[in-house]
Design a protein around this ligand. Structure first.
Ligand SMILES: [Zn+2]
Length: 66
């Protein structure tokens, strides 16, 4: 995978009006991806990167191989 591929996934995730998206890459694979969800959830902590952190933490808690 290339950085261009990972960035294309970021743009796919960027659906919100704020046009912010995020992907986490580990060992050349996407392990989390999200867009900004602050307006949708009315929760100021729902930045794309925090949503990705939550996805990663949940995967670790569920003992998913990442
Ligand atoms: Zn942010």
């Amino acid at each position: 995978m290339t950085v261009d591929h990972f960035m294309s996934v970021v743009f796919e995730e960027t659906r919100s009006a704020l046009l912010v998206g995020c992907v986490f890459v580990y060992k050349n694979a996407i392990i989390a991806k999200a867009d900004n969800q602050v307006n949708v959830t009315k929760n100021a902590t729902r930045h794309a990167e925090f949503v990705c952190i939550d996805q990663t933490c949940n995967a670790i808690k569920d003992n998913k191989k990442i």
